[in-house]
Write a protein that binds this ligand. Structure first.
Ligand SMILES: [Zn+2]
Length: 202
């Protein structure tokens, strides 16, 4: 989380994460384990220890892994935000992961840029996120294929029964300098970096 202070977009997420941590108790809100990295239906974040990279790696490689892990945290923060703020409790859809990978990619790029003069060699693996890509292009990419087993669109947004549950659970009190909107979850393209502030939701 500390690393997020070096990314303009990461700072916005930090505001959200700290607020959610205050409400749920930090130790309950973000949990470390060995069972994968995911956000629960009720917005809690589980982080797998493996995202920090192998122990014993060189300091520079560990820092590289930390930048990757910061992106992982951002991915889950997007899903957590929609669960807590908008009551979207269905398992993530491809479109949810498109949005999550978009912000993860943006923050990783900003961190890589912030530390580029310090010998940190973090490089975005082409196609490791969705930043700058349309939904369709990402879905067809290697990264998008990782999520191809999921529904395309978020069931909460289309299923009236799920909407009722979501409405009951939604608590729209969370800081949202990130500008996350449910419109993003159906947007064909989140656009470029200018969209960080007011995303194009054509
Ligand atoms: Zn996800």
């Amino acid at each position: 989380m500390y690393l997020l202070t070096y990314s303009a977009e990461g700072l916005k997420f930090l505001d959200f994460l700290i607020t959610a941590g205050l409400i749920y108790g930090g130790d309950d809100y973000i949990v470390w384990g060995n069972d994968g990295t995911y956000a629960t239906a009720f917005g809690r974040i589980h982080l797998d220890r493996s995202i920090l990279g192998p122990s014993g790696a060189s300091p520079i490689k560990q820092f590289d892994a930390l930048i990757g892990a910061a992106g992982g945290l951002i991915h889950e923060a997007v899903e957590s935000f929609f669960a807590l703020n908008d009551g979207l409790v269905f398992p993530a859809s491809q479109h949810m992961d498109y949005v999550a990978q978009w912000f993860a990619g943006l923050v990783r790029r900003q961190l890589a840029d912030a530390f580029k003069d310090n010998g940190v060699f973090f490089r975005d693996i082409p196609g490791a996120d969705s930043y700058g890509q349309s939904f369709a292009d990402w879905a067809a990419s290697l990264d998008g294929q990782l999520y191809s087993g999921q529904d395309r669109d978020q069931g909460d947004l289309t299923n009236p029964f799920a909407q009722l549950i979501g409405f009951a659970l939604a608590d729209p009190i969370y800081p949202n300098d990130m500008g996350l909107t449910t419109n993003m979850l159906t947007a064909p393209n989140l656009g470029g970096c200018d969209a960080c502030i007011s995303p194009a939701v054509a």
